[in-house]
Design a binder for this molecule. Structure first.
Ligand code: ATP
Ligand code: MG
Length: 236
């Protein structure tokens, strides 16, 4: 197995406040990795650094042999890293289709947009049925599917999902997780940012626990007990 993404000693700040401290983690290609942590642990901040929307004060991000530290978001997307951001960020007044098309805004993605859209419609037939409907008229779970579909529009090799299950009903969460596993089985590497310890450990191969900006525990999910992760999670 080769390492697809390597995050090395990232320090990230908002003004004087350090939200991420010396955080490191590796993601092997074709795996599902979770980043677990309570509110304010620094998970989203770390994802922003990887996606290029927030600069790191120090540390490096590698995608295979390419140092992508400080790259602008569109270049990172074109290289093959896509994200389903916290809260989905689906634009309610725009149609489902236009929201999806937004995922192919980069030069490379634009060329493959037609095929990518067909693939998204195949994966989520509901999105095809509602293609011309305003996204604001969809249910929370359906909006998350739009967000997943949009992330797929650039043909990514790696997708990170930032708390995709937040606020959704258990049956919807189950369905969304099944789709994530399906995408993984089709060759897409996954990073799952989650607060739910149980669900994360059940889904991923490797887990990283963050607390107050630091990675405080990591390991194969089969070696980690729910109790150990829970303790690290709450800093006990
Ligand atoms: N734009 C911002 N400006 C200032 N501080 C911020 C900003 N965004 C986040 N923070 C702070 O940085 C820390 C880490 O926040 P972050 O959003 O990364 O946490 P998180 O692990 O994603 O939490 P959650 O599970 O609630 O989404 C928190 O203390 C938060 O208050
Ligand atoms: Mg967050």
């Amino acid at each position: 197995m080769s390492t697809l993404l390597r995050v090395e000693n990232i320090d990230a700040f908002y003004g004087d406040f350090q939200a991420v401290q010396h955080a490191s983690f590796d993601v092997e290609e074709y795996k599902i990795v979770s980043v677990i942590g309570t509110n304010g642990a620094g998970k989203t901040t770390l994802m922003k650094v990887i996606g290029g929307t927030l600069g790191a004060r120090s540390g490096k991000v590698w995608f295979e042999d390419t140092d992508i530290t400080g790259w602008p978001p569109h270049k990172i997307v074109d290289l093959g890293i896509s994200q389903v951001p916290e809260g989905g960020m689906v634009f309610g007044r725009m149609s489902v289709k236009d929201n999806l098309i937004m995922g192919s805004y980069t030069p490379k993605a634009r060329k493959g947009a037609k095929a990518a859209l067909e693939r998204v419609y195949e994966l989520f037939p509901m999105l095809k049925e509602k293609a011309d409907q305003a996204s604001g008229s969809l249910s929370g779970g359906q909006r998350q599917m739009v967000a997943i579909g949009r992330a797929l529009m650039s043909n990514p090799r790696l997708i990170f999902f930032d708390e995709i299950s937040l606020g959704l009903a258990p049956t919807v969460i189950k369905d969304i997780y099944a789709r994530i596993k399906q995408l993984n089985s089709e060759g897409i590497t996954i990073i799952l940012v989650e607060q739910d310890v149980k669900r994360s450990l059940r889904t991923c191969e490797t887990a990283y626990v963050m607390l107050k900006g630091k990675v405080v525990l990591s390991g194969k999910s089969s070696d980690l007990t729910e109790e150990a992760v829970g303790k690290a999670y709450f800093g006990m």
